[in-house]
Design a protein around this ligand. Structure first.
Ligand SMILES: [Zn+2]
Length: 279
C-alpha cells in the first residue's frame, strides 16, 4: 500500500506541477497562434501570380507600358480558317512589341508572356486579375491586342482600335495606334471606336486606370487578313507599327501622361459583372 496518495503535501506538489504544465502549454499555444496569424497575414498580402516578366515600379519619369495579349490558355479567342488561334497570334505580336519598346527605354509589363493564365479558374477572375496587373505596376499606358472574326461575312476585314468612352487620353492613344497600323496598308481602315453605354463597355478599357486602348489587328475569318497576321513578317510589322503609335503618343502627350500618373491614387473604379472582358 502506498500512503503517499493521501499525503496533503504530496498532493499540493502534484497540483502545482499540473498547474505549471497547463501554464507552459497555454503560453506555447499563444505563441503558436501568433506565428500562425503572422504567416496568414503574409500569405494574404502576397500579390497575384504574374507570368515571368516582372518589373519594379519606380519613381523616375520612364514611361511604363502594360501589354495585354488578349485571351490565353483555354480561352483561344477567334479561330482562323486554317485553325490558328487569336491567342497565339496576339502573343507573338505582343512579345515582339515588348522587345521593341524596351529598346526605346520604355519599361514593359505583360499580362501574360506565354499561353498560361496562372491566376484564373473563371472568366470573372481573369477580368479582375488582368486589370490588376497594370494597377499593381502603375502602368501609364495599357495596350490590349486582339484579332477579330466574322464568319457570317468572311469578306469583312480591316483594323480598328477601341478607346475608353468619354476619355480624351484614351481616344488620342487609339488614334495614334490606328494611324500607325493602317500605314502598313495590309488591310482596310475601320477607324477608332468606342462603346455607347456601360453595358457594352469593354472591361479592359472601362476599368483601367492606365491610359488604355484595344487594337483589333484584323479579321482571322478573312483570308487576306489571316495570311498577313499569321506570317512572321506581318507580326513583326504590326509590332513595329504599334510601337511607333505608342511612341508618337508619348512624344505628343508626355506631360498628360505624367499628370495622369500623379492622379492615379485618388481614382476608385468599381468592378461590375456586366462588363465584357474580351472583344
Ligand atoms: Zn479577342
Amino acid at each position: 500500500m502506498n500512503n503517499q496518495k493521501f499525503d496533503i503535501a504530496y498532493r499540493r506538489k502534484l497540483l502545482y506541477k499540473r498547474k505549471r504544465r497547463r501554464q507552459v502549454l497555454f503560453r506555447l499555444s499563444i505563441l503558436l497562434t501568433g506565428f500562425g496569424l503572422i504567416f496568414l497575414i503574409l500569405l494574404l498580402n502576397k500579390e497575384p501570380p504574374i507570368n515571368k516578366k516582372i518589373i519594379s515600379t519606380s519613381s523616375d519619369n520612364k514611361i511604363i507600358v502594360c501589354i495585354d495579349p488578349g485571351h490565353g490558355d483555354w480561352d483561344t479567342g477567334a479561330k482562323s480558317n486554317s485553325g490558328d488561334f487569336e491567342k497565339d497570334i496576339v502573343l507573338n505580336v505582343s512579345l515582339k512589341l515588348g522587345k521593341l519598346l524596351e529598346e526605346e527605354g520604355i519599361k514593359v509589363v505583360y499580362t501574360r508572356t506565354n499561353d498560361s493564365l496562372p491566376w484564373l479558374e473563371t472568366a470573372n477572375d481573369s477580368l479582375k486579375e488582368r486589370i490588376k496587373i497594370p494597377e499593381i505596376f502603375k502602368a501609364d499606358i495599357f495596350i490590349s491586342i486582339h484579332c477579330n472574326s466574322n464568319y457570317e461575312d468572311t469578306n469583312v476585314k480591316g483594323t480598328e482600335t477601341w478607346y475608353k468612352a468619354n476619355d480624351e487620353n484614351s481616344k488620342a492613344l487609339a488614334s495614334s495606334l490606328q494611324n500607325s497600323i493602317i500605314n502598313l496598308n495590309y488591310s482596310s481602315d475601320r477607324g477608332i471606336k468606342t462603346y455607347g453605354n456601360k453595358e457594352d463597355a469593354l472591361a479592359v478599357l472601362e476599368l483601367n486606370e492606365s491610359i488604355s486602348a484595344l487594337i483589333e489587328l484584323g479579321f482571322l475569318s478573312n483570308t487576306s487578313d489571316e495570311k498577313y497576321l499569321k506570317s512572321t513578317k506581318g507580326q513583326e510589322a504590326s509590332a513595329k507599327a504599334i510601337k511607333e503609335g505608342i511612341l508618337n503618343y508619348i512624344n505628343s502627350y508626355k506631360d498628360t501622361i505624367l499628370k495622369e500618373r500623379s492622379n492615379k491614387d485618388v481614382k476608385n473604379i468599381p468592378i461590375t459583372s456586366t462588363l465584357k472582358l474580351f472583344y
